[in-house]
Design a protein around this ligand. Sequence first.
Ligand SMILES: [Zn+2]
Length: 100
Amino acid sequence: MFKPEVREAFRVAALAGVPQLIGIVSDNKGGYCAQGWLNRLGIPIDYISVIHGCHLCGATMQTYHKNMGISSPLLLLVHLNNDHRLDWLGLAEKIPVTEE
Ligand SMILES: [Zn+2]
């Protein structure tokens, strides 16, 4: 699942006013989606753990990326960014975080 540093990274994006993108990792002009922002910071995203759909809405398939499921934390992040349209602070609050 997500580590606390992921939550912090989204708070940083909000405070810095990073433009948030839908459906694209980066626009090469300083805008990023959730995945792109974590890539930018060099924070690894868990794509191995298996989850069974979205903890918020129960969906098991994405809407924006129609042929993609929601079966890993990475795919959940894509879903929260593109389908729920959560902003940076929304992502920080709503992602499931494993405290260590
Ligand atoms: Zn959902």
